[in-house]
Design a protein around this ligand. Sequence first.
Ligand SMILES: Cc1cc2nc3c(=O)[nH]c(=O)nc-3n(C[C@H](O)[C@H](O)[C@H](O)COP(=O)(O)OP(=O)(O)OC[C@H]3O[C@@H](n4cnc5c(N)ncnc54)[C@H](O)[C@@H]3O)c2cc1C
Length: 426
Amino acid sequence: MRHGLEWQSCLQLADGVTSTLLDRATGELVRVRSRYIIACDGAGSTVRDSLGIAMDGPEGIANFMTIHFEANLRSILGDYLGILYFLFGPGLNGTLIAYDVEKTWVLMHPCSPDSTPEDFDEATCRAAILAAVGVPVPDLQIKGVKGWKMSAQIARTYRDGNVFLAGDAGHRFPPTGGLGLNTGIGDIDNLAWKIAAVEAGWAAPEMLESYEPERRIIAQTNMGQSLANTFRLGVLFEALGYGADRTVDEATFRSRLADPESRTKIDEAVTFQKDHFDSLRLQLGFAYGDVLKDDDTLPISQFTPKCVVGARLPHVEFADGRSTLELVDPNGLTLIAGAMAGDLTALAAGLKAPLIQKTEGADFHVPGEAWSARMGLEPQGAVLVRPDGHILAITSSGGAEGVQHLAAALSTYLATPVAAALTGVA
Ligand SMILES: Cc1cc2nc3c(=O)[nH]c(=O)nc-3n(C[C@H](O)[C@H](O)[C@H](O)COP(=O)(O)OP(=O)(O)OC[C@H]3O[C@@H](n4cnc5c(N)ncnc54)[C@H](O)[C@@H]3O)c2cc1C
């Protein structure tokens, strides 16, 4: 890996991509040949733009100047320590982000669409920080200023030939809800093992076509939630007396805080912001396919792990304190089987993928109710798990029948024939 190289353009060939990169230190152009490109070059992705992939959805819903500064705010904050500070009050309406309470901060300061970083000189930044923090900040150092447009967009396609988009290159959300980076990590988690499997020869290149339908819908859900969270803040602004222009005068603001009836409304509006911080179902409960569609009507904080194809393998704690999640092989396929499933590894004979089987009773023990029962399976059932921890197939029967069933599911998903070798299977 080399740092300081800027990706500039590429030429796609049938079996790979030739990229041209600029070595910023020397000014030299470097050509790199690769089988694929995973474009994770952020919301303003040069790769995406160079391929002409459009972004769908509104751009510039709101505009901010992000002021990066260094200061130790610990003594000022006292017991009010947090990661995010939503700022409300006359002349205020931004967010302070604590990357390191004693050193690194960012103030997201609302600004007009045509504001530029040059408009935010040292004095302007200092005044904005003083207003945000409320008291003079000793040892304050302004480190940088950058404009940022809040957008809610998804790339029209996640793939062009051998180039895949991932992370903010494929989707950009309002930060309300903290779903952006998590969605990007999910993209890579989904794509990396597939590329590795194709390159290792245990899946056909066609399997890579599952990346976009699986991940794009997750981005759509998370973008919708991030937008909903942004609009939710409007309820709080209203309760605090802000007008449509998102400003409030001193008298209105103070009277809202002093009046018990208004105060109740403010408290309710604060409680209404719960979805920003409590979205376990979106963070862990997402599934590939429509299998958990019914859960969409539930609050996003409500997550009940389910053993269904496409969902993440549910966590179950073993008697020794380990989790089912620790059984999953990130480099191959994992079969987690009930106590009566028998040896299903005959599946491996018709498959080039690494495959391990972990059987209840032999490899793990669950206190109380059997693991298979907790998964809604018969003791002869088994679950086949992908390297990214999502369930690829479930069989309710063990032995030859189970092997056949799993082989058929694998053939479809890996887009390559998997012949179940049944010799010796009970
Ligand atoms: C204020 C704010 C708060 C947020 N809070 C959260 C949160 O709490 N939780 C959460 O999950 N997400 C959050 N996000 C979103 C999160 O920051 C992004 O989703 C995440 O950083 C995207 O990661 P990425 O790797 O796709 O892109 P980036 O982090 O943008 O990284 C892209 C990288 O590519 C490099 N690059 C760009 N162009 C080129 C080129 N031509 N050649 C070579 N390199 C290039 C860039 O230098 C950069 O290093 C927040 C975002 C903002 C703005």
